[in-house]
Design a protein around this ligand. Sequence first.
Ligand SMILES: *Cc1c(COP(=O)(O)O)cnc(C)c1O
Length: 704
Amino acid sequence: MASLSPCSTHAGESLGGRLPAPLQPLAAVAMNLWWSWQPEASALFEAVDPECWERSGHNPVKLLRDVSPVRFEQLSRDAGVVSRAGELARRLEEELARPFGTAGPANSARPVAFLCAEYGLHASLPIYSGGLGVLAGDVLKQASDSGLPMVGVGLFYRRGFFHQRLDRAGWQHEWWSRADPEELPLRLEVDARGAPRLVKVTLRGHPVRAQVWHCQVGRVPLFLLDTDVPGNTPVDRWITSTLYVGDRTFRVMQYAVLAMGGLRALRALGIDPAIVHLNEGHAALAALELARESVRSGVAFERALAEARQRVVFTTHTPVAAGNEHYGQQEILELLGHLPEELGIDQRNFLRLARPPDEDSFGVTELALRTSRSANAVSARHGEVARSMWRNLEVPITHVTNGVHAPSWIAPELQTLLDRWLPPAWRMGDAGAWAAVEGIPDAELWGVRNALRARLVQFVRGKAVSDRLCRGEPIPYAEAAARTFDPQVLTLGFARRVAAYKRLDLLIHDAGRALALLQGKRRLQFIISGKAHPSDEGAKRLVQRIFELKDAAGARGSVAFLEDYDLEIAHQLVAGCDVWINLPRAPLEASGTSGMKAALNGGLNLSVLDGWWPEAYDGSNGWALPVEGAQDEQGQDARDATRLYELLEREVVPAFHERDPAGIPVGWVRRIKASLRMAGARFTTARMMSEYVQSVYTLHDSPS
Ligand SMILES: *Cc1c(COP(=O)(O)O)cnc(C)c1O
């Protein structure tokens, strides 16, 4: 089917125009994000010009625009580079030619439309904030790998990713880099005459136009709506400027553009989705948009909505009450006041669809729950929490536990080892294939772990020096960062969004005890990273306290705070850390996926039994902190901190140092193998998406 196959890429063609003929295959590879989960592709782009590759932020489109013609001439005579480029482009073409399968009622003619406010596909495409976006990116990559007929829909933000800078006092400042479509793998959707295809959404009583960017993710297209077009008012052009903008009016307008504009864009492109998958509530207006179409063609609203509902499925991600947004009814009517009439209903019936049982407001999650045929949480634990949270609405809520895209998240060094020892089906999450982990010689697995830790230490040293220089620290102090951190030392990682419930500060709850750990006979080192929301002063104070720990007497050299947590830093950390720490206040972690990424790289989790961890932890594959039913938060924090220190002192540190004559920590490696098998067989998007196909996308007769 035409709409699922990538169209010719204008930007790609002009990019190709810069390259000598033998190197032109590079442009095709750069314009499809498929490259981002082929380790050979990154290696090749780096070989084109290592400095330029660094400067570009690992963005191949920018790289190919910036490299000098002289360098290209030189490379075009390098037979090795030319043949690697040709081989990659050939593999990409082969991949694009593979047919799609089916997913319940969906097939390539009528795919699943996946709607999400953010996508974390690669650090160079800055339209994500955190876990939700990274998950959505992994979903599209997996759909491509599995031949699952899917199209993605999102928004293109010029200010889609905020960067963190700390000053010398540890106070967070933010800045936004401006995303430039010219430097990204994006192609504008145009009509037959070559004019941008525009969709219109009525907001505040007048039409707002949006153009549509096409981003190809392997075999799966992602359509990104963008209201920054001539002809819109300045305010309307600003609607899609910033991801999770603070202003509520802008937020609702974004949600309307995403859901209504998104489905209209698909229609304009000839795509009629069999299923619309709402990934979190932001696109909650989607069912009403589907119903509106039917009403226009004469169907009564009740029937139109019932039919629309049969096509919509909803995944909720937020067990934190404040994360489920509510708006004033009047606020909504001012923005979307024309909608009731277009749906053929009065205002009261319209507002009722989103009304919580006990108050006159407009709940985004309530609307999504009432207008979708199925709802699911993202872990077994979260399923229980969500059912209790939404019990007043009397809608059934199941769960599909999250996973991560293994080819994206497993470090290349470990992928090579797995390729050697496991049957090829490991890439598809085949549990049997992962059992072969037991056969990997301990020395080889430990060798890879040492290499990954060494690579991380290298990265931390380099980044710590430049972070310090950037803050204006004295030169000797900046230079010292290049010598601290040891590739042999037990390395613990803790990287999260800094929100109160993530309890990043539990580590320093008892600063004296934390320091004693760091000064103990057996060394260990901490790497911490995390951003506070720009308007969250409390979280910023927390960042500051954690930042100060690294300067406490005795801690110097054993604690690093990496500024500006992003996908790039996440990749480095989950690959190189020996232990991945997670201390959420239960039950507020819906799933958590960074721990899965760490486990897939042979890191061991030390986590509160919340989110995905109760499903994964079995006593042999990491460490767990129990969850109490207790209500006193401060008491719980103190007890959890004590348990954390005890676990580290009594179990984690000794296990890491218990070596056989060859220097291998045999017990530790046994845990790594158990953890790898667990994560590979059960916590990848391969398993997750096949579960979505079987139990969510496929329509089952509802139990009566
Ligand atoms: C995986 C990932 C997350 C989600 O991690 P949690 O375990 O949910 O905290 C957030 N940010 C980035 C950059 C990630 O890669």
